[in-house]
Design a protein around this ligand. Sequence first.
Ligand code: HEC
Length: 182
Amino acid sequence: MRTPILISGLVLCAAFIAGQNKPEASTQVDRGRKLFEKSAKSLPCATCHALDGVGHEIAPDLRRLGAYVTPRDLMRTIDMQRTVFVQEVQTSRGAAFPGIQRQIRNDNIEIWDLSMTPPMLRQFKLSEIVSMRENVKWGHPPANADYAPQELADIIGFIKWAATGAVREITPTDLRASADSR
Ligand code: HEC
């Protein structure tokens, strides 16, 4: 009766070790990483996202979504027209700006100001925040960039590999409406 427990324990250990040592990056993953760091078409992802030791931790960690959603859903998120975390921040110090909160400590709040390139970390007293409302102005830079389907597939290949170690080639077909494979 103990055997199944032992086997599932071994499987869990193997999965854990596999997660620690990702399989070697494929050529697609390498292409995706380069586009993540540098692109002539848009502000590169690494300006705001950190992944596999590349980039800045301003925007959400892409390993979370990367681990769970399909390549197509990742693409749809990249093309987002509505934001969840970014808000229109109005302070008593001046003009409103699109911001993403970094942290609140005691009565201080740190907010990344996304109106600046690269985004700038600003500090306020909580009492200086007049309002934080739904963002309707700031757009996710890649949503309006003209990435080719193959470029998006490569970037998503890099995200998937960094999140799960998967090296399955992501193709432009995976990003079409009918695709639902992970
Ligand atoms: C100027 C900064 C900036 C750049 C450049 C940028 N992003 Fe983002 N990204 C954000 C912010 C901020 C959010 C959170 C948006 C929100 O409020 O929902 C986000 C969200 C995302 C999400 C959803 C994450 C989640 O957990 O909800 C994905 C996926 C993503 N970005 C991928 C990319 C990729 C891929 C690129 C490059 C092709 C890129 N981003 C370029 C700032 C940026």
